[in-house]
Design a binder for this molecule. Structure first.
Ligand code: CMP
Length: 143
């Protein structure tokens, strides 16, 4: 079954949005396969956002994602990668539609509440960066 990596960013954790956001994905029908509240070390943040290392906002991005605890998650379900991206809304909360997570809760392109993998390759890479195999469960047998 398809898996994706989602992460509630420091602004979302600080604003007590973990429960609300987890509920949205549960209500949609996806299954939580792993989760942890954690402080991201700088080295991990730089690896996670490696594809943005040449962007002018890279320093700001790493500084923000390491500024407080994040809630890292793996979610499982059919087409979960693309569907979760739809549910998150556009990267810039000013363009994200109401009803999406960023449209309802995001403030700025940096403080946009949630990160989600954008492709199967990113999902595999990001899950591997944040979780060990033994920290994940599968619901396949319970469906
Ligand atoms: P995310 O989905 O976590 O992936 C990369 C992040 O870069 C993105 O969400 C935004 O939060 C952030 N980002 C994109 N553009 C900018 C920008 N111009 N300034 C600061 N952060 C940005």
């Amino acid at each position: 079954m398809e898996k994706t990596f989602l992460m509630i960013k420091p602004d979302g954790v600080q604003r007590n949005l973990i429960g609300e956001i987890v509920s949205r994905f549960e209500d949609k029908g996806f299954k939580l396969a792993g989760s942890k509240l954690m402080q991201i070390p700088t080295e991990l943040a730089e690896k996670h956002y490696g594809e943005h290392s040449d962007k002018p906002f890279f320093g700001e991005l790493v500084e923000f994602i390491t500024s407080g605890p994040v809630f890292a998650m793996v979610w499982e379900g059919e087409n979960v990668i693309a569907t979760a991206r739809h549910m998150m809304g556009k990267t810039n909360p000013q363009e994200a539609l109401p009803g999406t997570i960023r449209g309802d809760y995001g403030l700025t392109v940096g403080k946009n509440v949630i990160h989600g993998s954008d492709s199967p390759e990113s999902a595999a890479r990001e899950i591997d960066l944040f979780f060990e195999e033994a920290q994940l469960v599968s619901y396949d047998k319970n469906d």
